[in-house]
Write a protein that binds this ligand. Sequence first.
Ligand code: ADP
Ligand code: ZN
Ligand code: ZN
Length: 744
Amino acid sequence: MTPAKNILRIAISRPLYSLLDYQCPDELTVQIGCRVQVPLAGGFSVGIVVKKATKSEFKKLRNILKVLDKEPLIEENSLQLLYWASRYYHHPIGDVIFNAIPAPLRKGKTLPLMKVWQLNTKLLEQADSLLGRAHKQRQLWLFFEKSNKNEWLSELQINQGLEQSSVINWKNLLRELIKKQLILVKEIPATFTALPRTSTPDKEITLTDEQQDVLKQLTLIYQAKKIKPILLHGITGSGKTEIYLRTIAPVLKSGKQALILVPEIGLTPQLFKRFQQYFPQYCVAMLHSALSDSERTLIWQAVKDFTIDIVIGTRSAVFSPMKKLGIIIVDEEHDGSLKQQTGFRYHGRDLAVKRAYDLNIPIILGSATPALESLQNVERDRYHYLRLNSRPGSRTRPVVLVQDIRGLVLEAGISSLLLKEIQQHLEADNQVMLFLNRRGFAPVLYCPSCGWHAICQSCDTNMTYHAGISKIICHHCAREKKVSLSCPDCHHKGITTVGQGTERIEHVLQTHFPEFPVVRIDRDTTRRKGALDSKLAIVQQGKPVILVGTQMLTKGHDFPKLTLVGILDIDQALFSMDYRAQEQLAQQIVQVSGRAGRGESKGRVLLQTSQPEHPLLTNLLNKGYLNIAKQLLSERKRWNYPPFGFQVLIRVTATDKIKGFVFLQKLSQDLSLSDLQQPDVTLLGPVPSPMAKKADRYRFQLLMSSANRAALHYLLTDAVVRLQAYKKSGNIRWSVDVDPLNML
Ligand code: ADP
Ligand code: ZN
Ligand code: ZN
């Protein structure tokens, strides 16, 4: 070990597990969190200074070459969170840090230029004739005409300003308007421009006694020296959002920032509007995956500079660079989408809890169906538990009716009772929603003559029939194929389908109820930017419509005119082998049901099943979610499953089946013989993954579990070192999933 001064421990933007030590030459000064250029393996690389030290275990250190930032790009508390996360999830530190910053900043670039647009007021009088019959262009022009005429509008402002309108693809339209000189354009150094504030006064909401009581308790909790996280268990429609708003208000007033995490991008606009309306004096921004690189960079920078007070975002927003973070809210904290399932597999909620703990600031985890992990944290006295048990005013919880469909003739999976009820609710001027967790027209396309059915050649799975585009598509690898009318094997001409997905339900309902719009919301209908928003806008108008959708629809949405929810086909999930399936199903049923009856009229839920006596259903409906949760927790305890034990899943995929298996088997054997192996860590596998082949790769997994988290992580460190050292053939890839949420 050489004593030296000015040693910098740097995360390099490469998949390396450790920080690298460099020396800072005397003539340079650099702060933690700044980007630097360093020599690496005969070339250069960008790095970020994570720590400073005075000693290094390496003899000869190289100098950093350049300091790229005067001010830290990431401030110290998020940097420490990232560093901690890279060790907890056993993911390369460089990957973790560089993925958390917007792409343009990763390469050492400075802020880009951006375009801004303004109405050409000199041509106001000619506008009408220049626009002629270009209807869409006129709409866009009117948008400019209505906004402040002296202000240059940014992409972000236009995007969000047009969100509720039917104008899509505005960039093309804008190009035309610029050609006609009706709109002016210029380039300026990129800065964040806040959205025009709404001037409509906020609707007066008087809190219910229950809400007030929760707020009072929150105030007491915040006075503690060490603040514990709060689990806010409020039934669907109980008004959790009002609690969030009012508990954030004093934090903002004291000059601090607030972070709101939501599981799904579709929920951000809804919350955004509510927050903006409630806090007209503050700046709110959304941070999610649909932003362009430049939009993200701008928001990121503005969060850092305190221009933005409130960030509403999906899981990666947990890393947003707030210097004065004062409170975190995680809405729908039970939702699996908060966990990233590829690459750096982190859990947004868990990291939010860690960030709040480090800063000793309040964090509220809100849900109508808390995760078992969170409930167990209440049980262990690590979290506070607050409850909202009723809906405000005269609103009540929806009535749930279980319909036994055994022996009934169904139309595309829909019972005649459900069809009749849909009719009644629509005629009463209300909205209806049907939930089915399968997109496409039908999950199986088959030949009744020879038994052929469409399977994916790259995966172990059926291909789903999509009628609108006459294709079969694999939902796991996206392989697709045109469908022909005759069987590819026996040339029989009567190829047919089994089962149904949302596309078929949409089709059937449209024929049944031609006078009402059917709005389908799933991944297929919402892929285009803005599509989801415009669909939600139709529903928000409040006219009678039928909504058909997958789980995208179940989360957090507030549709006041929705009175009937139909739940189709949950039977498969009742028999799933995954130990988390029952928890997820219970959450899903409660959440979907909770969309009904949130406005003035009463809500009703019809759940179709061939298993009406299944204990999960009967207990859930008779005794409620907490009862189910307790029961599931006691089963988990018996088996030492999370949250009582801890798990890590190591996955290996390979194009060569044998080589993939042997690779993971070697790890399993080496670990059992390792000095670091402890008696209380169990290794299970290697076994083929539940989906044994996907996208032409064979998949295997090794489950490591233990009631002792430290022992587990100790051995995992050893495993990762070994995995890096093993020779790889057969195109092997491996990954580590700490606290896995699914075993697929
Ligand atoms: P959730 O708990 O499911 O998140 P929301 O916060 O979306 O519930 O509230 C459900 C509906 O109840 C919203 O339309 C909201 O405006 C309304 N609401 C909330 N609190 C009150 C209240 N105290 N009085 C009247 N309406 C309320
Ligand atoms: Zn056939
Ligand atoms: Zn496939």
